[in-house]
Design a protein around this ligand. Sequence first.
Ligand code: GDP
Ligand code: MG
Length: 160
Amino acid sequence: FLWPIGAWTGVYERTFIAVKPDGVHRRLVGEIIRRFEKKGFHLVGMKLVQPSEPLLKEHYWGLRQKPFFSGLIEYMRSGPVVAMVWQGLDVVKMARRMLGETDPADSLPGTIRGDFCMEVGRNVIHGSDSVKMAQREISLWFNPDELICWENSSQPWRYQ
Ligand code: GDP
Ligand code: MG
């Protein structure tokens, strides 16, 4: 079964999520995956990556002028990252809500950053901020053959 090619909205919308090195070191990978699974989102790609500096600079290109940029790249290079692609209705926006605010201090309890971290420079997880950025980030981190199209039999129990 193949998802309709080019269907990137609605139930087939996709986002790029990464558990950052602090999240991996702190054993939060399972908890984070559990939250996305329980919400009902559909996993289509996942791998453990030791990201290269060029990949990270490309990923955070929009922040290259920020004073924290080099520290951010160093932090992201310091350990493995769990890169994932999740699919589902409004997943880009909903994932950002599940993550909380960029600064954990502003993130409500119940969000991932609100529950598991304290500082903006160690905020355990990345999530794409728009559908366009999600497409860019997915193609940066994954080869097309690493994205698995599989039919989820619980779909009628998650969507009416
Ligand atoms: P995000 O989309 O919520 O991850 O936030 P941004 O795209 O604005 O920033 C990307 C990442 O850079 C954040 O998740 C933080 O890890 C880091 N970052 C953002 N702002 C700051 C800051 O003021 N200081 C430090 N040290 N890191 C920051
Ligand atoms: Mg961002």
